[in-house]
Write a protein that binds this ligand. Sequence first.
Ligand code: AP5
Ligand code: MG
Length: 233
Amino acid sequence: MRLVLVGPPGAGKGTQAQFIAEHLSVPKISTGDIFRANVGQGTELGLLAKSYMDRGDLVPDDVTIDMVRNRLAEGDAAEGFLLDGFPRTVPQAQVLDDMLAEAGVKLDVVLELVVENDEVIRRLSGRRTCRTCNHIWHVEFDPPAEEGVCDLDGGELYQRDDDKPETIANRLEVYDKDTAPLVNYYAERGLLVGIDATGPVDDVTVRAIDALRPLQHGDDKRADDDGADKRSD
Ligand code: AP5
Ligand code: MG
C-alpha cells in the first residue's frame, strides 16, 4: 500500500505512523525525522533545514523534493510506503504524483488525522522523543515507565526545539496556509479518508486500521463509509 498521512502538527502522524507502517509491513518515511537526523549529524542539508525548522517554517520545496525522491528510490519503498510529513504543499503533492506516475504506480490513500488546535497544543507541549529509536512519548498522555527514558530501548528522551509555544503557533499558521489545501487536493481525487484522531492512542490506531482495511481488500468504501469519514471541513 502507498499511503500518505496528513494532519496538523501534533495530530499524531508520527505516533500512528509507527503502528500503521508496522501493520502494513511498509517503510515509514518521515521527512521531519530525516531532517532531524541530518541536523544531528551536522550535514549541509541539516544546517539548511535547521534554519527553517527552528522558526517553524517549511524547508524549501526543491530541497525537500530531492530528498524524498532519493528516499523513494531505495529498494524497500518499491512495494509500498507510508509518508509522514510529505507532501505538505500542493506543489509537493503534484511532484509526488509525477514521481509515482514515472514509476507506473499511484497513491492508494491519504489518511487525514482530524484534531482541533487546542488539543494539538497540549500534545506538542508534552511531547518527548527517543534520541535513538525516535519513538514518540507524551509526559501525560503516553508516558514511559521511567521519566526521560524510552521503554523500548532505554534511549534518552528529548524535547524538540520546535515545540516552543511561539514556534508551535507559527507551525499551525503554516499548516493552515500551505498544508490544509492538500486536504481538498486529495478529496477531489477521491483519495482522502478522514478519521477522528482524538481519544487514546490505541483507539486512534484501531480507527486508522479499520479505515484502511477496505482498501487492503480492494473493496473501496471511501465515499460511503460513515464510520471512517469524519473530515471536518
Ligand atoms: P514534522 O516533524 O513533520 O512536524 P509536524 O508536521 O509539525 O508534526 P509533528 O511531528 O509535530 O506532529 P505529529 O503529527 O507527528 O504528532 P506526534 O505523533 O509527534 O516537521 C518538522 C519540520 O520539518 C517542519 O516544521 C518543517 O520545517 C520541516 N519539514 C518536514 N517535512 C517537510 C516538508 N514536506 N516540506 C517542508 N518542510 C518540511 O504526536 C504529538 C504528541 O502527541 C506526542 O507527544 C504524542 O505522544 C502525543 N499523542 C499522539 N497521539 C495522541 C493521542 N491520541 N492522545 C494524546 N496524545 C497523543
Ligand atoms: Mg511527526
